[in-house]
Ligand binder design. Structure first.
Ligand code: ZN
Length: 171
């Protein structure tokens, strides 16, 4: 296994709509293992393949630090097939450091996709698990939490990054 580099905003891969996985081969399985290790090492509760530079529809999640009843799982080509209710939660993102903001999501979703073993799975999700998966599915569609907040807050974050960059250049 390997720890992969997590790409940060505004890296262009984070804006890409990722490709479906045709066949879960050894390469995809290795990607899932490496993504899992990378997520745990970064203390994240979810990670999408594009965040480690691979524009494929692969996601790993483990929300057990926030909801101990839930377990780790990986899903390939995830699709939301039904959704209901609304929930708002303060979200952060490993690709958007030092930022968190309330984002509106669906409270419950039904997810369909493939397990790492290639089996078709349906996963009912609610609460923090539903939030994390909607966040990761946004990633594989090229959408970041910065795209889900007001323009003003987005501008503030961009300005903060610019200032930090200038400071780094001076130092
Ligand atoms: Zn994220």
């Amino acid at each position: 296994m390997a720890i992969l580099e997590i790409l940060k905003y505004p890296h262009p891969i984070l804006k890409k709509k990722c490709e479906e996985v045709g066949r879960i081969d050894e390469e995809v399985k290795k990607l899932i293992r490496d993504m899992t290790e990378t997520m745990y090492q970064a203390n994240g509760i979810g990670l999408a393949a594009c965040q480690v530079g691979v524009p494929k529809r692969v996601v790993v999640v483990d929300v057990s630090p926030l909801d101990p009843e839930k377990e780790f799982f990986a899903i390939v080509n995830p699709e939301i097939i039904s959704e209901e209710g609304e929930i708002e939660h303060e979200e952060g993102c490993l690709s958007v450091p030092e930022f968190s903001e309330k984002v509106k999501r669906k409270e419950k979703i039904l997810l369909r996709g493939l397990s790492p073993g290639g089996k078709s799975i349906e996963v009912p999700c609610e609460g923090i698990l539903a939030i994390a998966l909607q966040h990761e599915i946004d990633h594989i569609n090229g959408v970041l939490i910065l795209d889900r907040i007001s323009r003003l807050k987005r501008e503030l974050y961009r300005n903060k990054l610019k200032k930090e960059k200038k400071k780094e250049e001076k130092d």
